[in-house]
Design a protein. Structure first.
Length: 243
C-alpha cells in the first residue's frame, strides 16, 4: 500500500511539474515601458522562388537584380529603415512608434499610434491607427500590385471600393499598416522583409518591391506561376528595453 501511495504521489508531482512548465512557456514579452529599436538589421539570406521551387544561388540572385536594374550596381537586400526609433507602450494594448528617417538627406521624425494585439508565443502585431489610402490598377499589372498583400504573413485588413473604368484604376482602397514583432521568450524584434516580385502578364511584364514590417507568407511560394520570380530577404530589428 505504501508503495502504491508513493507511486501515486510521484505521478501527481510530475503532472504538476508539467503544468507549471506549460504555463512558463507562454508569451513572456512585456507590453509595458519603452523599447529602443535597433537601427542595424540582423538579416537572413536572400531567397529566390520561381515556379520550379526555391533557387539557392547567391550569384544568380545578384545577376537577376542587375538585369532588373539595367546592369547598374545596386545594394540588394534589407536597407536600415530608421536613423533612430523607439517603441513606447502607453497601455497594455496601445503603443507609439517614434522614428527618425532620412528623406533626401534631411532627417524626418514621425510618431505612429498603434494597437497591440495577436500575442502568441512566437509573434505579436502592432496595427497602425492611421489608415493609408491607395488605388489599384485595372490592367494586368494589378498582379504585381496584389502580391504586396499576398506576400505578407500577417496581412492588414483592406477596405476597397470599385472605381469606374474611365478612371483607369480598378479600386480605391484603405488599410492600416501592421508592424510584426517576432518573439523569443522575453526577447522581441521588429520584423523587416525586403522583396522584389516580377511577373509575365499579357502584353508585357510588371514588377514591384520594397520593404515591409512583416514576415513571409509561407504559402505564397507554392502559388508562384510560370514566368514569375520572387526574391525575399527577411531581417529583424531587435528591441532593447529601457531601464
Amino acid at each position: 500500500m505504501k508503495r502504491l501511495l508513493y507511486s501515486l504521489g510521484l505521478g501527481l508531482i510530475l503532472v504538476s511539474g508539467c503544468s507549471k512548465r506549460n504555463s512558463i512557456e507562454g508569451p513572456q514579452f512585456e507590453a509595458t515601458g519603452t523599447y529602443t529599436v535597433s537601427i542595424t538589421p540582423e538579416a537572413g539570406p536572400m531567397r529566390m522562388f520561381t515556379q520550379t521551387g526555391e533557387i539557392q544561388n547567391d550569384a544568380l540572385i545578384r545577376r537577376y537584380f542587375e538585369r532588373q536594374f539595367a546592369g547598374l550596381p545596386i545594394k540588394t537586400g534589407v536597407i536600415p529603415p530608421f536613423l533612430a526609433a523607439e517603441l513606447a507602450f502607453t497601455s497594455p494594448s496601445e503603443a507609439i512608434l517614434n522614428t527618425t528617417t532620412s528623406t533626401s538627406g534631411t532627417p524626418q521624425s514621425s510618431s505612429v499610434p498603434l494597437t497591440f494585439s495577436g500575442l502568441t508565443i512566437e509573434r505579436a502585431v502592432l496595427t497602425s491607427k492611421n489608415p493609408r489610402p491607395f488605388t489599384t490598377p485595372s490592367s494586368n499589372s494589378s498582379k504585381c500590385t496584389n502580391i504586396v498583400r499576398d506576400i505578407q504573413g500577417v496581412s492588414p485588413v483592406y477596405a476597397c471600393t470599385a472605381l469606374p473604368p474611365s478612371t483607369g484604376f480598378g479600386s480605391q482602397c484603405e488599410f492600416k499598416p501592421v508592424y510584426v514583432l517576432n518573439l523569443r521568450g522575453e526577447k522581441a524584434s521588429l520584423a523587416v522583409m525586403f522583396f522584389y516580385f516580377s511577373a509575365t502578364v499579357s502584353g508585357g511584364s510588371c514588377g514591384t518591391g520594397g520593404n515591409l514590417f512583416n514576415v513571409l507568407n509561407a504559402a505564397l511560394p507554392g502559388r508562384i506561376a510560370a514566368g514569375d520570380t520572387l526574391v525575399v530577404q527577411e531581417a529583424e530589428l531587435p528591441l532593447i528595453r529601457k531601464q
